[in-house]
Ligand binder design. Structure first.
Ligand code: UD1
Ligand code: CA
Length: 462
């Protein structure tokens, strides 16, 4: 929208969180809270967006890097009106409407904001405040109305008497102002209240005194406007956001079995006909192709999963890529830098780190492959280990195509195995193996006929 500028208030520390981390940096569904209102501003095509920051400014700035927002520092947190004042210069060029969002009201959707803006435009209001009715209004500013229902003022809990405290309609902290009105009255707000702070809520009474039209838009979508002040509210917000994300995936054709206990971060993309079982956590920058099955209790973070992939139960997959048709798990650990081609099989108790595994290769049991490049069509036998660390440095194991590695082999890196080579079970490989060669390095077996019987006789004589 061309004629709307947004100020996001995010300077407060959030004492009630009892945290060393500023409130707006606490994540909800994997991303810092502050990024949610920023996203809403983007979605409504806000002409200009300014974020007012204060506590842990450097860290908040980092989180906002790359976003199309101006950042203003409010050195001292003297209240919501003071924060708006701090942000106003940055949007002074925008003449139409000013939308105020709060960094700690992250569940608000652009649909509800669009409804609020439409109501503001329809009523030609100087200010339109977004309100809602809640069962337990404690902590919120109460919306006081006249007997005819028109808006009178907003009273903060600390300044309210018992009668006002009983009101269940509350201020969400979100407003649309006529920009001219906002810049006129922002300096008129005084700090004569219980907290000695400049309250933006006072703009309502000031507007009324000036004989201007002030109004409230009451939304029924209460879950969108919960303010996060404590960890209990954080948990509630998380629950709502998770549900919203999961519903979105289900509407897109993903089957979630018992979605209440499947946790998918904001921004994860999942293709059609993927089935996800309970207890799975999908985090960060992760994409999943189509028609995959992900069984229970997996954690997948910052990874690319192709199509037709099966991930059996209880795997940890971090910073890795899995090609189409591959199968992983149960109990596999793909550490960062693991890249699997197509139709690869990684089985039980296999750990990979910075390992590239070519198409159709298999490591089905009890194996560690670290700093390894493995070609296609390779069989890695049970118990194979790349000895990649000499106590100082990491070294590489390079295995060509169609190599057969028997069980219980150690590759003492750096070592290179040529295409089609065969490594005998139980070998410790310390030298490069040429293509097509057999490598065997183990003590020769000796069988002593009749040894058991002789021993028994010897023992029974004593
Ligand atoms: C505020 C409203 C209250 C409303 C509630 C909704 C006021 C006076 N009160 O109360 O009516 O019901 O939100 O959630 O407006 N902030 C700054 N700088 C400051 C002070 C605050 O940037 O100097 C930011 C905070 O970081 C936060 C937002 O403004 O994101 C709201 O401030 P907060 O202190 O949480 O206000 P509430 O007590 O929740
Ligand atoms: Ca708040």
């Amino acid at each position: 929208m061309n004629n709307i500028a947004t100020i996001i208030l995010a300077a407060g520390f959030g004492k009630r969180m009892k945290s060393r981390v500023a409130k707006v940096l606490h994540p909800i569904a994997g991303i810092p809270m502050i990024l949610y209102p920023v996203k809403v501003a983007e979605e409504i095509s806000s002409e200009r967006t300014v974020v007012v920051i204060g506590h842990q400014a450097d860290k908040v700035r980092d989180v906002l890097s790359g976003k199309d927002v101006d950042i203003v520092h409010q050195a001292e947190q003297k209240g919501t009106a003071d924060a708006v004042k701090a942000g106003m210069d940055a949007i002074s060029g925008c003449k139409g409407m000013s939308l105020i969002l709060c960094g700690d009201v992250p569940l608000i959707t652009s649909e509800t904001i669009s409804d609020l803006i439409a109501a503001h435009e329809k009523e030609h209001a100087s200010v339109m405040v977004l309100t809602t009715c809640v069962e337990d209004p404690s902590g919120y500013g109460r919306v006081v109305r006249n007997s005819d229902g028109s808006l009178l003022r907003i009273v903060e809990e600390r300044d309210a008497d018992n009668e006002i405290r009983a009101i269940k309609e509350v201020n969400t902290g979100i407003y649309v102002f006529d920009s001219g009105f906002l810049s006129d009255i922002i300096y008129e707000i005084r700090s004569e209240n219980a907290q000695k702070e400049f309250y933006l809520t006072d703009s309502i009474e000031i507007g009324i005194k000036k004989g201007l039209r002030v109004s409230a838009y009451k939304t029924g979508k209460t879950e969108e406007v919960i303010g996060i002040n404590s960890r209990i509210e954080l948990a509630r917000a998380e629950e709502f956001m998770r549900r919203r994300i999961n519903n979105g995936h289900m509407l897109n054709g993903v089957t979630l079995i018992n979605p209440e206990i499947i946790y998918i971060d904001m921004g994860v993309s999942i293709g059609q006909d993927v089935t996800i079982y309970p207890g799975t956590i999908i985090q960060g920058d992760t994409t999943i192709g189509e028609s995959c099955t992900i069984y229970s209790n997996n954690r997948i973070a910052d990874s690319r999963i192709g199509s037709g992939v099966t991930i059996k139960d209880s795997c940890v997959i971090e910073g890795s890529a899995i090609g189409d048709g591959s199968q992983v798990g149960p109990f596999a650990h793909l550490r960062p830098g693991s890249i699997l081609g197509k139709n690869v099989r990684i089985g039980n108790y296999v750990e990979l780190k910075k390992a590239v595994v070519g198409d159709g290769s298999k490591a089905n049991h009890l194996t560690y492959l670290g700093d390894a490049e493995i070609g296609s069509g390779v069989n890695i036998g049970a118990g194979t280990i790349t000895c990649n660390y000499d106590g100082w440095e990491k070294h590489k194991t390079i295995i060509g195509d169609n190599v057969f590695v028997g069980s219980d082999v150690q590759f003492v890196a750096p070592v290179k195995i040529g295409d089609g080579a065969f490594i005998a079970a139980g070998s410790t490989v310390t030298k490069d193996v040429p293509p097509g060669a057999l490598a065997i390095s183990r003590a020769k077996q000796e069988n002593r006929e009749g040894w058991v019987e002789q021993r028994r006789k010897k023992k029974s004589r004593k």
